[in-house]
Design a protein around this ligand. Structure first.
Ligand code: ZN
Length: 557
């Protein structure tokens, strides 16, 4: 049962992490309706609350601002489902343990479809499979001779398609691969492999049909995921074009989608579509930040390179583990600079997906060029993921007030792989949160859901730099304190969306977006942060989520 607290409500006997500029930790907090009234000692709060206010005894647990996930794909994530009838079948590790299992899933899905209907799936990572490989074109064709198959890697940037799907690209044989940029339709030893990369893959993905009803349902499913993970705001980093933007705005307006959303104008179907969306917005003269505290239009976002998981990102030097692998980039340096200038001149916030240090360098030098004629540190331009960088790039970001949204949770998920792919030198600057904070860069944390883990895992990864999937301690050069990580996961995300005046910390007048944890996060052994649960998620002063087994412990709610 959801409820709004009556008028005033006090939370006492807790570890109230305010995330104010002094990192104050208080005992108690008072809210009234949907706003924070004050933080203070138990006594101060009880006195200010008066006799008719409700009270929650925190019993030593942490209460803190709700998490702001600065890169999340709610519709994409919600389309994923475990069963063969899902709009996009989940083949992430927990739902699919081997290549054999994945092929069986496709077989089952095909049996439920009419000929010609797409089978879509996402999530697998060959290194997690005992077979250690992708499916082959032949395997996919045998199982699905009449249905196009979209079998996407967890990172989203590479995908295996069958012959029926490749026909949509006009690819009938290896010769046809030449119609597309190099390496995007893979040919090995004169044969198509079924692997399609980068922008060509996104273009083909755009042919998969996901009905609007399924998209709306998907968003609501992701809301549950957010609430369970203590996320009270997301920066929605790209969906399926117009129907998705419309669906999200409508759900937010109807207050069905309670998590606050900052919607980037970005089509996951690739460059021409994304450009079209952004260009249209700029042509109308509108600026980032338009909307209300429930739904806002965010950055003009585009996407430069590939993913970190495959890997397929654009690094300056070849990958360490396999120098022959293609490093994907969909934009050239000058193009990036030109586009940034256009966005900067339109007084919009720019951002691009940039994972490899080559792509990050394109962004940084693009901003420098735009700032030569019109320096706009106030626009708080961004870089999405910003996975690989170095000291020089970070210092240049600091000078321009660039606000990277860092996919730090990937260290807990893929950290050991990063060290293998990029070698010790470069991976010392993987998700370089320590160096960014030291240089004065306001970086925020993102999950990139569904590609990476969400919630407190981001704090765990930033503090411990421990790969939870493989049980491997990664390099700790970039480790930060728990308090620093909390700051990145809350108020820094608000700053990256021009919203630090209304949320991200527990200060008088700010929105009552609050989470309660099962422990005191500042006192537990940091290695156990991953065991802490979200007990409660409150948005706009309303309890939207309460952990099931809490009913008896908290009779006053
Ligand atoms: Zn993303």
């Amino acid at each position: 049962m959801l409820m709004r607290y009556m008028m005033k409500h006090a939370f006492v006997n807790g570890s109230v992490i305010t995330v104010d500029k002094n990192d104050t930790v208080a005992e108690a907090l008072l809210i009234e309706d949907n706003k924070i009234v004050m933080c203070g000692s138990n006594e101060e709060i009880r006195k200010a609350a008066g006799s008719d206010a409700g009270t929650t005894n925190l019993k030593g647990r942490t209460l803190m601002p709700g998490l702001i996930d600065s890169h999340y794909h709610p519709i994409l994530n919600g389309l994923l489902g475990p069963g063969p009838d899902a709009a996009m079948i989940d083949t992430f590790k927990d739902n699919c343990g081997s290549l054999k299992e994945m092929l069986d899933m496709i077989r089952e899905a095909v049996s439920l479809k009419k000929p010609g209907e797409w089978v879509s799936m996402m999530g697998y990572e060959p290194s997690f499979f005992p077979e250690k490989r992708h499916p082959t074109l032949k395997e996919l064709d045998e199982i699905a001779p009449e249905n196009p198959v979209h079998c996407m890697h967890g990172g989203g940037h590479i995908c295996m398609y069958n012959t029926k799907a490749l026909e949509y690209l006009g690819v009938y044989g290896p010769e046809d691969a030449k119609k597309y940029p190099r390496d995007e339709v893979e040919v090995i030893d004169g044969e198509l492999t079924g692997m399609v990369r980068g922008h060509t893959h996104f273009r083909l993905w755009g042919q998969v049909d996901y009905p609007q009803e399924a998209q709306a349902k998907a968003a609501m499913k992701s809301q549950d995921h957010c609430l369970r993970n203590g996320i009270t705001s997301i920066h929605d980093c790209g969906e399926l074009d117009k129907p998705s933007y419309h669906i999200m705005q409508k759900l937010c307006r109807q207050r069905k989608f309670k998590v606050r959303s900052y919607m980037m104008l970005h089509s996951i179907f690739g460059k021409p579509f994304s450009k079209e969306d952004n260009d249209h917005w700029m042509k109308l003269g509108l600026m980032s930040g338009l909307g209300d505290e429930h739904f806002k239009i965010g950055t003009c976002k585009f996407m430069i390179d590939g993913g970190s998981g495959g890997p397929s990102c654009y690094t300056r030097e070849p990958y360490t583990h396999d120098p022959s692998l293609p490093r994907e980039k969909g934009w050239e340096r000058d193009e990036v600079a030109e586009y940034i200038k256009e966005i900067n001149d339109a007084e919009c916030q720019a951002s691009a997906h940039a994972i490899g240090d080559g792509a990050v360098e394109f962004m940084v030098s693009g901003y420098e060029k735009a700032f030569e004629t019109d320096p706009r540190p106030d626009l708080r331009h961004r870089i999405e993921h910003c996975t690989l960088s170095d000291q020089d790039l970070i210092e240049r970001m600091a000078k321009m007030n660039i606000c990277p949204s860092v996919n730090v949770g990937m260290i807990a998920f893929q950290g050991a792989n990063y060290e293998r792919f990029f070698g010790p030198e470069r991976s010392r600057y993987a998700c370089a949160v320590r160096s960014m904070l030291d240089a004065g860069v306001c970086c925020s944390f993102q999950s990139d859901t569904p590609s990476g883990p969400a919630g407190l895992t981001l704090i765990d990864a930033a503090v411990n730099r421990y790969d939870r999937t493989k049980g491997v301690q990664c390099d700790r050069t970039q480790a930060v304190s728990v308090m620093e990580a909390i700051r990145c996961a809350t108020v820094n995300g608000a700053y990256g969306a021009y919203e630090e005046d209304i949320k991200g910390s527990l200060e008088p007048g700010k929105l009552a977006d609050i989470i309660i944890l099962s422990d005191d996060i500042l006192k537990v052994d940091p290695m156990n942060i991953d065991k802490i649960k979200i007990d409660m998620t409150i948005i706009d002063g309303v309890v939207e989520y309460k952990r099931d087994d809490l009913q008896r412990q908290l009779p006053d709610l």
